[in-house]
Design a protein around this ligand. Sequence first.
Ligand code: TRP
Length: 336
Amino acid sequence: MDSIYLTGDRPTGKLHLGHYVGSLKNRIIAQEQKKTTQYIMIADQQGLTDNADNPQKIRQHVNEVLLDYLSVGIDPSKSTIFVQSQIPQLAELTMYYLNLVNVSRLYRNPTVKSEMKEKKFTKSVPTGFLIYPVSQAADITAFKTTHVAVGGDQLPMIEQTKEIVRSFNRTYKTSTLIEPNIILPSKQNQRLRGLDGQGKMSKSLNNAIYLSDDEETIKKKVMSMYTDPNHIYINDPGKIEGNMVFDYLDIFSQDQNKVAKLKEEYQKGGLGDVKIKLYLNEVLQELLSPIRKRRQSFEREEEYLKEILKSGCLLAEEKADNTLNEVKEAMGINYF
Ligand code: TRP
């Protein structure tokens, strides 16, 4: 059977290295697979669920995220890139699915739970935010998605989508909706930690290297990374565990023999932090410089960027409309 991939990102910030290893790389692989159709959605409606007072921020980041996609090699002639809010069928599907999910199940979704904590929502959680997993089920099922390539934090969303699919098919005695599979990055890449080693790389923790950062900024960030606080003199033995520089070298260096040698030297004592940081800087500059250059080549092509989204939305709407019609038929609410 042919595969249909659907993924997406909230346009609330630029994409960073965590996104790159966590899901973008898998989307580039999917894009090159034969017999795979890939949809990539900029989830502006989901972004609005906790940014209702700042639609301008979301609007600006629709463009930034699109540029980030193009910069890493997502090719709009191979992957359909579209914007969630422009496909009204998704909101309509959400309305029907909402009746199949109870409120306590939504409060129990682990990702929603931890986000609510982080954003200090309690009883005051906006309803749209609480129900976004249901809207995400609509996004996924509208395209008859077989695979979702995302980071590990999205696992609960896929679980909830599967439940909704089963509930819909059972309730309306149909096989209209399809249960998706999740495609996760390798364990090591699932949760890239931030520069400070504190938590995962994220905008809110201010510990990220963005795909669009310039050379100077990357270097400054690398030089500020958390290493081993007890490694004070060069000749002191240093620790590898919890040392973010080695964490990143494990993931990003193409020369793992060299990394193994550096680790050995560092643990013995005699290798300074500056040296390993300069090497990581070299590795990251090599990765990010072509990405940044590609981004710059698209930045001023406003008409072209609009055209990508417009034609992506047209394709996406057609597909979502077909599914919506099948859903209404299955429910028997196709009146005329
Ligand atoms: N929840 C995703 C995020 O946090 C965005 C998203 C919305 C998504 N709808 C989706 C991802 C459907 C995969 C499939 O950024």
